[in-house]
Design a binder for this molecule. Structure first.
Ligand code: SAM
Length: 221
């Protein structure tokens, strides 16, 4: 597939409406310098998440998968001064870089990074009665996406917006015989989403500077 037009249009949108400032650019640089993989959302996807957070008037956001804090900063910038964002990350080294970026963004008063396996952190959040969240962004390892979704539902209220990234994987979700566990993980999640009567959902395909993929957009009934 020739993706150059998608990339040029993504650049056009970013130049018009992107808001990727020095702090966000610095976040990407800090990740590169620390050898952290560039598997963050794109700038326009970050802005899209920010628009969604504003749209649902989010005061309390949960993110599963912090990496270097790039999407965290986009999302946290949608919060009011008394808002809160809890983000979950497995790797201590990534969380340390993310923390520095969040401090540089002036967002440390509203962002709390919890380091450990997301499954354990989610159980702890539930036990501590941290829910309900207004918005939940699922963007960690793909095999347990269905379980992350089940936890997200537990930590939700009617009207909570749940967004899950990377659920199309360059169309590989069409292949029922794919042996990539990331693909089978999101296939299982997409089916669970379709079967769940508690939510209204769709998936939008995403193209641009990142490979062809998709984001599930889910509202809890
Ligand atoms: N949301 C980030 C952004 O757009 O800037 C990108 C997140 S990256 C796609 C996925 C992250 O999930 C990685 O930082 C990875 O270390 C983390 N991760 C992987 N497995 C995890 C687990 N079991 N628990 C918590 N985090 C995990």
């Amino acid at each position: 597939m020739d993706t150059s037009l998608f990339e040029s249009v993504d650049e056009y949108i970013g130049n018009l409406l992107g808001d990727e400032d020095a702090v966000l650019k610095g976040t990407l640089k800090s990740m590169k310098d620390a050898g952290i993989p560039g598997i963050n959302v794109s700038a326009n996807q970050g802005k899209f998440l920010q628009v969604l957070a504003k749209l649902c008037n989010a005061k309390k956001i949960l993110e599963i998968g912090t990496l270097g804090g790039y999407s965290t900063i986009w999302l946290a910038r949608a919060l009011p001064a008394d808002g809160q964002l809890i983000t979950l990350e497995l790797e201590q080294a990534y969380a340390d870089v993310a923390r520095q970026n969040i401090i540089k963004a002036g967002l440390d008063p509203v962002v709390d990074i919890k380091v450990g396996r997301a499954m354990d952190s989610l159980a702890a959040l539930d036990a501590e009665d941290e829910g309900p969240f207004d918005m939940i962004f699922i963007d960690a390892d793909k095999p347990p996406y269905t379980e992350y979704f089940e936890w997200a539902l537990k930590l939700s209220r009617p009207g909570t917006l749940i967004v899950a990234d990377n659920v199309i994987r360059e169309g590989k979700v069409l292949d029922d015989n794919c042996d990539d566990e990331r693909v089978s993980g999101v296939q299982r999640f997409n089916k669970a989403l379709a079967d769940n009567k508690q939510v209204t959902a769709t998936i939008i395909q995403t193209v641009g500077t990142k490979e062809h993929d998709g984001m599930a957009i889910v509202v809890v009934k």
